[in-house]
Design a protein around this ligand. Structure first.
Ligand SMILES: [Zn+2]
Length: 147
């Protein structure tokens, strides 16, 4: 049995990360832009960057909290997710991390602009996996939260 890693193992330096989120049930969105829309159950990947105090450790640690003040789009998804896996790279950039990841499988963009309000390059920083991503990329993931 794999135990979730502690955020203490995540470096407190700036960088970018990916969250792999599993939704067991559909999520009804309560965000102005997508109100009433539903996210189907399945696997989703979100790309983000952490350049504030506490770096990757603080930002990812926040994502892993089940309950929090809803601030970012992704906060509406991390709560209901039943499983969160993470990977991160100090000094990296979120768009590059997601672009690299997308080479390994088929995906779709469920919500245009989600998590990418200030990005001029990407249609979204949030994708839905339409096929299972094979290893070796999956080997980069660490289980970070269950339930
Ligand atoms: Zn981007």
């Amino acid at each position: 049995m794999t135990l979730p890693i502690s955020p203490l193992y995540i470096p407190n330096t700036p960088g970018a990360y990916l969250l792999l989120l599993r939704l067991e049930k559909a999520v009804q969105l309560d965000i102005a832009r997508w109100r009433g829309q539903e996210l189907a159950s399945g696997l989703y990947v979100y790309a983000g960057s952490a350049n504030g105090p506490g770096g990757l450790r603080a930002r990812i640690g926040r994502h892993l909290k089940k309950k929090k003040r809803l601030h970012w789009h992704i906060d509406h998804i991390t709560g209901p997710a039943v499983e969160i896996h993470i990977q991160y790279e100090p000094g990296a950039q979120e768009c590059a991390l997601l672009t690299d990841y997308k080479k390994f499988g088929d995906f779709e963009i469920p919500l245009k602009g989600f998590g990418a309000s200030d990005c001029k390059n990407c249609a979204s920083h949030f994708i839905r996996l339409s096929s299972v991503i094979p290893s070796p990329p999956s080997a980069n993931w660490s289980l970070a939260r269950v339930g």
